[in-house]
Write a protein that binds this ligand. Structure first.
Ligand code: ZN
Ligand code: ZN
Length: 412
């Protein structure tokens, strides 16, 4: 791949994605195979953002798999305190830290493993890392996720060509949808962010109480919004006013549903990868905000496991609007990665809500948030439900109906 474009991608990921400040430590989480990219990002952070320190944590999924196969379940569940501590030390320091997560995952890394054990390991890890997630879920510090190709991922996305060609094709696809191909991702993203912000501001002005999604697949879902819900999109801001883009790429405008006010049925429109395994053609029926019945053509038991994680996993914590003209949808490529696929389509998320999607949510207590209908869970899993005939009608607090999406596109 063109090294110059990869450098542009690193520059964009650091400067526009995370946007680290001189007083901060930039923590880069990176797969060990991509150490060259972590070094590129560190260089940008020191030279162009003047950060005081860059700390890189290398991840090794293949090693995780070996451990999952060979060790006792109680070892998997025993996450040592130093692991979250290593990051919390930076977050609690004066200048604080910010994050750049570089991912290049193998969508089938857990394939063939005992699902229950994998689940236990994931839950134990999520629990241990919860204090760190409190910083990112509340936008207390900047964070950003960018993806690079891995061979297993590329082969999964492009099964009909050689591994080498698949990796090149995936680079191209990522650069196309992340607006890197033109050579000026920093400039193109400033424009794109302004456009999403305009849609976000318009939908916020409507002061909606609920939305109603329908399409020819049979989706007929009314989603009541949390008390004081606000729509977010494009970039986010920390309490210090530092702007960042949490997910790259991003095409969505999203908010917090009320955890007890989703009614009806929804059909999935794209396969969904959960813990390395596929859930395809799922459906879920909601009553009083809770999934009461569900099914899937593939991975139904997996969907069941996800919904059984905890009480909050049966409720939704996000509803997001994405037009079908999104470049990710236009490529027609299924990326087998939620970071990309969720941005091809309107989606809902089972589990945790972002407190930032309600007024004053970042500083509200858990009980207060729950009272306002903001869902809480150990998981947050986006599932795609948008289609090219998706219609969305909003109901305002004064009872007016407003058409928001027609044929899968924004019309406000
Ligand atoms: Zn989303
Ligand atoms: Zn989400």
């Amino acid at each position: 791949m063109n090294m110059k474009l990869i450098e542009k991608y690193a520059e964009f990921a650091v400067l526009i994605g995370t946007n680290p400040k001189p007083e901060q430590t930039l923590i880069i989480n990176c797969p060990v195979e991509l150490s060259y990219f972590a070094r590129m990002c560190a260089e940008v952070a020191y030279v162009k953002a003047n950060v005081r320190e860059v700390v890189v944590n290398y991840k090794d999924e293949k090693l995780d798999r070996i451990k999952l196969i060979h060790t006792e379940t109680e070892v998997l569940e025993d996450v040592k305190p130093y692991i979250p501590r290593a990051t919390l030390d930076y977050l609690e320091s004066e200048g604080q830290a910010c994050f750049l997560h570089i991912i290049a995952s193998d969508p089938e890394i857990y394939k063939g493993l005992d699902k229950e054990r994998v689940d236990k390991a994931v839950v134990a890890r999520e629990k241990a890392l919860k204090p760190i997630r409190a910083y990112t879920m509340n936008d207390r510090v900047q964070w950003s996720i960018v993806a690079l190709p891995s061979e297993p991922w590329a082969v999964k996305v492009f099964p009909d060509v050689s591994a080498e060609e698949a990796v090149l094709k995936l680079w191209k696809a990522i650069f196309d949808v992340c607006r890197v191909t033109g050579g000026d991702p920093v400039g193109e993203w400033k424009e794109h962010v302004a456009k999403i912000k305009a849609s976000r501001d318009k939908i916020n002005d409507l002061e909606l109480e609920s939305i109603h999604m329908t399409n020819s697949l049979g989706t007929d879902l009314r989603v009541g919004l949390a008390d004081g819900a606000i729509w977010e999109g494009a970039s986010s801001k920390t309490s210090k006013g530092y702007e960042f883009i949490a997910n790259i790429p991003t095409e969505e405008v999203f908010t917090a549903p009320h955890r007890e006010k989703t009614e009806g049925i929804v059909y999935g429109t794209k396969p969904y990868v959960y813990n390395g395994n596929l859930i395809e053609d799922f459906w879920a029926k909601f009553k009083n905000g809770k999934v009461v019945e569900y099914g899937a053509r593939e991975g139904e038991d997996l969907l069941g496991q996800l919904l059984d994680t905890d009480e909050g996993a049966k409720h939704i914590g996000e509803v997001a609007l994405v037009p079908v003209s999104s470049p990710i949808n236009k490529t027609g490529i299924l990326f087998y990665d939620t970071l990309f696929d969720e941005n091809a389509s309107c989606h809902i998320a089972f589990g945790d809500a972002y407190p930032t999607t309600v007024k004053g949510g970042s500083s509200a207590s858990k009980d207060e948030l729950l009272k306002r209908g903001v869902n809480q869970s150990l998981v947050h899993e986006d599932v795609m439900v948008g289609s090219d005939d998706m219609k969305i009608v909003g109901t305002t607090r004064t009872g007016d109906k407003v058409l928001i999406f027609k044929n899968g596109e924004w019309i406000i």
